[in-house]
Design a protein. Structure first.
Length: 132
């Protein structure tokens, strides 16, 4: 391998190992629907303006059962502090169950929710922006 080839390889490896610059997405504020299409949430910045809150505002497609209706208009994401650009960490409250969660905005119109109960049982959900 020539010196020029070695220098090119080292430069390429250095570029690949650099963390990607944080992307700037549209505000997470708005109305979001869970991937199953059975619940919608109003997401807003709250607290000091960097925390994330999400309120269950609609149930349908079978989720509007008598056991789920008491959770309508309650916080699912309650003042989750921002831990990095496009990412928040806090407790998620889903139908009476709480789990430590990470909320990641992947694009202007996509959010991932990962919740872990007992730090062992984890589940990830996708939410998609609806409306303008």
């Amino acid at each position: 391998m020539t010196f020029k080839t070695q220098a090119l390889a080292v430069g390429l490896l250095a570029m690949l190992s650099m963390p990607a610059a944080a992307q700037s997405f549209a505000s997470p504020e708005g109305t979001w629907e869970i991937e199953m299409g059975d619940s919608r949430y109003r997401v807003e910045l709250c607290g000091d303006g960097t925390q994330l809150c999400g309120t269950l505002i609609w149930l349908g497609n079978g989720a509007d059962s008598p056991e789920n209706l008491p959770y309508l208009n309650t916080l699912m994401i309650d003042h989750a502090p921002q831990i990095s650009p496009n990412q928040w960490k806090g407790d998620l409250h889903i139908y009476g169950q709480s789990a430590a969660g990470t909320i990641t905005q992947n694009s202007d119109n996509s959010i991932s929710l990962e919740g872990c109960a007992f730090m062992v049982i984890c589940k990830t959900y996708q939410m998609y922006r609806i409306g303008g």
